[in-house]
Structures are given as C-alpha cells and as structure tokens.
Design a protein around this ligand. Structure first.
Ligand code: 0X9
Ligand code: ZN
Length: 305
C-alpha cells in the first residue's frame, strides 16, 4: 500500500490509529496514556496476538523529536508488518507469540504538528515556560537519568533544554508513568530517532559501562550485521555516551535504570545527505532496516526468557 511509503500529518496518523484498531478488534487495543502540553491525546497501540497469561512485552516509541519524520513512519510500518505477517513469517510470529507489543506512534504530537504547519526543523515539544519566551523542552533530556548534567542545557532557548525538573513535561511523564505501571511485563524498550544510522544502548548519561554491556553490544552488533547483509547499509553500534555524546535525561537510560535491562535507541537513515528531510522514496528501505534490527534483538530477548 502506498500509505506506508508516505509521511502523514498528525490528523492522518490519528485516523490510522482508529482504523487499525477497528479493523483488528481482537488484536489491537488503543490505550490513552496521557495528553500533550497542547492537550492532544497520546495513544499507544497494544498488539496482543495470543491470549497467554503473564506474557512479557516490548515497547516502541516514535516521534520524541518532532522533525525526525521517519520515526513515526517506522512505528506505522512496524504495526502493519506485525498485523500482515503474523503466522506468515517465522520471526515475527515467534516474537508476537511470546510478547505483547506497545507502540506509541507519536510521543511529541504538538511538535510534530508544528513541523507540518510552521517550522519543519522543530525538535522539542511546544510547552511554554514561565521564565522565558522561548518555547519547548527536549523530551529526550527530560527523563530522570542523571538529569540536566553535561550534554543537556538548563537554558529554555536551547535545543537540548532539559525542562524545569525531571518529567516536567506531560509527554515524558505519561511514558514514564505507563512504564512504571507495566514494570512487571515490559522487558525490552526501543526508542526510534533519526538520523545517523546507529544502534545505541545505555548509558548516554554516564561514561560508565552498564552491567550487561557485553550482552547488549552483541545483540546490537548482530542486528547491524543483518542490516549490512540484507540491505548493504552500514549501522554503527555502541553505548550512547561513547558512540556519539553524553546526553543525559534520555528515555532509553531512564528505562534501563528503571529496570528494563534491554533498552535501545535507534537512529535511522540517513548519514546526513538528506538528514531529517529523508525523501519518501527511502521510507521503505529505512523502515525495513530498522525492522530487521528490532526483530533480531527481540528474538534474542525471547530466547533468553
Ligand atoms: O540526542 C538525542 O537525543 C538522540 N540523537 S538525535 O539526533 N535524534 O537527537 C540520541 C539519543 C541517545 N540516547 C540518549 N541520549 N539517552
Ligand atoms: Zn531524535
């Protein structure tokens, strides 16, 4: 379908969420986890493909950063793939038989809407501060993970403004609240960004290695090798602070510290030719690469547990 090869305005994504749940009532549930600063709903799709009790789960969020349009496109791509190929392809069937999947297609709906209407290069959310005329908090600096230290800024006009306090923003609070209340089931976390072609894992907020560094590094390496083999494209992998830069307050580090031991941030295509303005003809390749990595890592987690 040509729908998945295009970028969509926020209203179209909300319509897609509705349609997807209506067309798959036994599999897809829509969960309202909160609302944005401008009061837009934050919807999570729960994909649950068999009714085993005590199932484990994985989480995928997209669109933390407004201008990274390939990210929401990936969440839609992933849901379509799961619904189309369950019982058709071995890998996704195995994953969905042992895990429920929670998908948040647009974590920053106000910013996403703003990139379609006012400023294509907007990154942050759209919250208004009491102390400055500058708008927006970087939601990936607003989580409670060595918050607002080196790599984030306390200055509201900065693109990496950390906010007034951890989880000051309704969008980050909604995600953290949901993951806190699903602590016993969610064991795998993905956050989808662009660009640079990186498979990152904690920490980004400390230079130290996490306790299971070797394990996550192996998983990310294997995923990158599959992308290389299947799509002839190179992804680097590593702990965020070493692979790119110190960046505290991120969702992946918070998820890890909170107890989700398998936590990843993917930076999808490209490596800078188009940057955030990845043209629609590259959506399918970018999404299939990321899908390969998600499946590879999820299968490993399924095997371990
Ligand atoms: O800086 C970020 O938030 C991410 N890069 S982006 O270009 N999409 O803005 C990287 C996030 C890595 N993880 C953490 N910083 N926790
Ligand atoms: Zn980003």
């Amino acid at each position: 379908s040509t729908f998945y090869h295009k970028y969509h305005r926020l209203e179209e994504i909300y319509d897609w969420i509705n349609r997807t749940s209506q067309d798959n009532p036994s599999v897809v549930k829509v969960i309202l986890i909160g609302s944005s600063f401008e009061k837009r709903p934050l919807y999570v799709l729960k994909l649950s493909l068999n009714n085993m009790p005590n199932k484990k789960a994985m989480w995928i969020d997209c669109g933390i950063h407004a201008r990274e349009w390939i990210s929401p496109a990936f969440c839609l791509w992933f849901v379509r793939y799961s619904l189309s190929y369950y019982q058709q392809h071995q890998d996704i069937t195995n994953i969905l038989n042992s895990m429920d999947v929670y998908v948040l297609p647009v974590m920053n709906p106000d910013g996403y809407h703003y990139t379609w209407t006012k400023n294509r290069m907007w990154r942050k959310n759209r919250s208004i501060s009491d102390t400055s005329s500058c708008v927006g908090v970087d939601l990936n600096r607003n989580f409670d993970a060595n918050w607002c230290t080196q790599g984030a800024s306390p200055e509201p006009c900065s693109e990496i403004y950390c906010g007034a306090f951890p989880e000051s923003e309704p969008e980050s609070q909604a995600v953290a609240d949901f993951l806190r209340s699903h602590k016993d089931s969610v064991q795998l976390y993905f956050s989808i960004h662009s660009y640079s072609q990186l498979l990152l894992f904690p920490y980004s907020c400390y230079l130290d290695e996490i306790e299971n560094h070797r394990e996550l590094s192996e998983m990310a390496k294997e995923a990158a090798e599959k992308i290389q083999k299947n799509y002839k494209n190179t992804y680097k992998h590593g702990a965020g602070a070493k692979a790119i830069y110190l960046a505290p307050g991120g969702s992946d580090d918070w998820a890890y510290i909170h107890g989700i031991k398998y936590s990843f941030t993917f930076e999808l295509q490209d490596r800078g030719q188009y940057g955030f303005l990845l043209p629609p003809f590259l959506i399918s390749k970018a999404c299939n690469e990321a899908l390969t990595a998600v499946k590879s890592i999820a299968l490993r987690v399924v095997e371990k547990t």
